[in-house]
Design a protein around this ligand. Sequence first.
Ligand code: FAD
Ligand code: PYC
Length: 416
Amino acid sequence: MKFSLISLLKEGLTGNRGWPRQWRDPAPKAAYDVVIVGGGGHGLATAYYLAKEHGIRNVAVLEKGWLGGGNTGRNTTVVRSNYLWEESERLYEHAMKLWETLSDDLNYNVMYSPRGVLMLAHSIHDVQVGKRHVHANRLAGIDNEWLSREEVLDFCPILNPATDIRYPIAGGALQRRGGTARHDAVAWGYARGADRFGVDIIQNCEVKGIIRDASGKVIGVETTRGYIGAGKVGVVAAGHTSVVMGMAGVRMPLESYPLQALVSEPIKPIMPCVLMSNAIHAYMSQSDKGELVIGAGTDQYVSYSQTGGLQIAQATIEAICELFPMTRRLRMLRNWGGIVDVTPDRSPIIGKTPVEGLYVNCGWGTGGFKATPGSGHVFAATIAKGEPHPIAAPFTLERFTTGRLIDEAAAAAVAH
Ligand code: FAD
Ligand code: PYC
């Protein structure tokens, strides 16, 4: 083998001796200005807004499976912005405003349907918490209204009116602008939009390593389809964020839990809105096909299983049968799970990381679908400018060292 100092310098510390890539290839020219890891709704939305709003079109989205095959295609599509704290209200309301015009913007029908989200109260404590949210939202200019027990039963007549059950209806908070959207369409709409701007979307491409140069700056990613150079890398890999960030040596304050859902056989329209009950750990809406879409709380243990524990599904079905007695004779068509990553304060992390050129968007837990447009929008701005978007600024990783947490119980519309 020919071996000279010049060739060594030219080729880096030579090709294939098992050296870490950064030492082999100290300054490769970036193939892409930005690489997004994760082709779910948030990753695709980020790529779309990078191209559309910031003119950054030399972007690749790398997805280990298929587009929207993660939580984006597994969630129960509830959209709302009735959060408690101002930081969250700003973030989720930003997303809500984008939902209202998203189909026009993407020229693709995401079937956003503001049919209302009603969050039930079953006790004096629930009533107090629910009213507190209503007042906080209205002060922030966000719609939310309190319904008495009679008004709730009138609004949704299939609810169990009995008073001698475990969780009788005591009232509810209704956000009329809340509702649902078609989850797959959101991923496809953003993918088509990004593609029109020239973004490369690469499926079956799993990121296996994050490559840094000698100064520690990110210069690319190692994937199952080879090395891909990048000026900046944005990680948007819900449920698996800790694994991907671990590739750059960054430890994340996250735990991954299964969250599951199921749908019934299709029936004629029976539900006027989305109905949620945090106390009994169940919620239900009706899809446009007529299926009842039912969701559970998270499993009680961490796991990467995309099915979830049987006992949770059973407890959810019992709760649904109690809340809606007419569902007792329905057959269930299918159930599934997704992996959600949860932060200690139940709020997301959006922003820069200690590694130069590496950005992260994660920790949406059980509630990130509704945030998809807003999350992509503020994350794109953060990556493009290298500074947090004002709406994203409170959600940086540093809050776990400064202690300025955003303890958002409304993020857990379902039990954690
Ligand atoms: P994902 O769609 O999971 O995208 C991340 C992508 O990263 C995946 O496609 C994954 O394959 C990819 N990836 C991971 N590792 C790698 C790698 N190494 N290389 C390349 N790609 C990688 N939220 C709501 O607001 N309303 C709801 O009603 C709701 N219901 C839910 C019900 C269930 C059952 C579940 C599971 C979640 C629910 N959520 C809900 C939460 C919501 O689904 C998520 O917060 C949101 O979809 C996250 O979107 P995302 O794009 O970040 O993640
Ligand atoms: O955040 O609204 C929500 C939600 C509903 C089901 C799961 N998450």
